[in-house]
Design a protein around this ligand. Structure first.
Ligand SMILES: [Zn+2]
Length: 371
């Protein structure tokens, strides 16, 4: 059905899902009316719209493109989904036995859509969101690096979540893959796919564990979470060939799933009502978290400050710096006089006091982080 929709879409030059549906529905009804349940038509159209939009984009860019088609076998629907006695029931008599974990997850939530592919079932369900708390008692700063995730809360409790297992595992997988010398694309794809999946599973499970823990901690103590800006775009520019870094070092740092960590923190924060925001990371790893001077690196990832004598581990130092920047940003955001909010502040002398003090002391730094 998807391929029929794509064909019709190209022939009749339909771009939007609505206009495509108007012409394909009658056709699909005649062609597949007795074969396939009508509840699957919408998703077929939706997929075809996606394929057509990618196709048009490629043409616009001037690429040479073949006539597109959908080769992946799948079945997708958002209608008539029921869960009954531990089974997932789909239109046209598809029955899938669900395990206890999945049943528990979807028990009190509404299932919105289900996609079946050759080897997996994806269930999309909606969940009740906690209200985003704008009031918080402090900021939790988190520093991501390839060895660990370090976070520090408002009471200076530093927690380190190790990530070196993942990094080492990736290096090992890379070594194993490098032994593959046969000139056979088919077997190569299979082997590389297998190790890719192993790596991804391991990384994802670790990051899930850590981000969940951070969000739990932040929720418990009513904190907002501050992370580095451009975490996901950092890769590529920083560790590139020719930067006089070793191959293994570059691999280790480039394979760190920063973007994924950020994505998970953001959606988990949203779900739990914890504010997650970014700060400019410039200088956070080199400057002293106590006095702001440049620090001298020592052995074992330690840093030493010559002006105040602070000796601290570099990850903790970065986390504290990020937290402090987060605090500045949060207060400048909250008390920034926008429109009528100045009037609202007049009634509260305490708030006014805080506004002035913080804007003068830190507002300039937030706007001009380099200066
Ligand atoms: Zn210092």
């Amino acid at each position: 059905m998807v391929n029929e929709c794509v064909r019709i879409g190209i022939q009749q030059k339909k771009t939007s899902m609505k206009s495509l549906s108007l012409v394909t529905y009658p056709y699909l009804k005649v062609q597949y009316g007795n074969l396939i349940s009508p509840y699957y038509r919408l998703c077929a159209n939706s997929r075809a719209t996606g394929i057509l939009s990618t196709y048009r984009k490629s043409i616009r860019k001037g690429k040479q493109v073949k006539v597109p088609h959908c080769s992946r076998r799948f079945l997708s629907t958002c209608y008539k989904i029921r869960i009954h006695q531990g089974n997932l029931l789909l239109p046209q008599g598809v029955i899938i036995r669900l395990n206890d974990y999945v049943l528990k997850k979807v028990a009190h939530n509404r299932v919105r859509s289900v996609t079946l592919s050759v080897d997996c079932v994806s269930i999309v369900y909606s969940i009740e969101m906690n209200e985003m708390k704008t009031e918080c008692s402090g900021v939790l700063g988190a520093d991501f690096n390839c060895e660990n995730i370090t976070y520090v809360d408002a009471l200076d409790n530093i927690k380190r979540l190790p990530m070196d297992d993942v990094a080492n595992y990736k290096i090992q997988c890379r070594k194993t893959k490098s032994h593959f010398k046969r000139n056979d694309v088919r077997i190569g794809t299979e082997i590389f796919g297998k190790y890719g999946k192993l790596q991804a599973d391991k990384t994802m499970s670790e990051i899930h564990k850590h981000t969940a823990r951070m969000v739990r901690h932040a929720k418990k103590y009513h904190l907002a979470i501050a992370i580095e800006d451009k975490l996901d775009r950092m890769q590529g520019s920083l560790y590139r060939k020719g930067n006089s870094q070793g191959r293994d070092f570059r691999f280790k740092l480039n394979s760190w799933a920063r973007g994924e960590a950020k994505r998970q923190l953001e959606y988990k924060g949203k779900r739990e009502g914890v504010l997650v925001f970014t700060v400019n990371p410039r200088g956070t790893s080199a400057k002293c978290s106590k006095c702001g001077n440049r620090m001298i690196p020592e052995e074992n990832r330690m840093l030493y400050c010559t002006s105040c004598g602070l000796r601290i581990d570099r990850d903790s130092n970065a986390a504290i710096n990020i937290r402090n920047r987060g605090l500045e940003k949060l207060f400048s955001m909250r008390f920034k006089p926008v429109g009528l909010s100045i009037e609202a502040m007049k009634g509260n002398p305490m708030k006014k006091l805080t506004t002035e003090v913080i804007l003068r002391a830190d507002g300039s730094q937030v706007d001009h982080p380099n200066g």
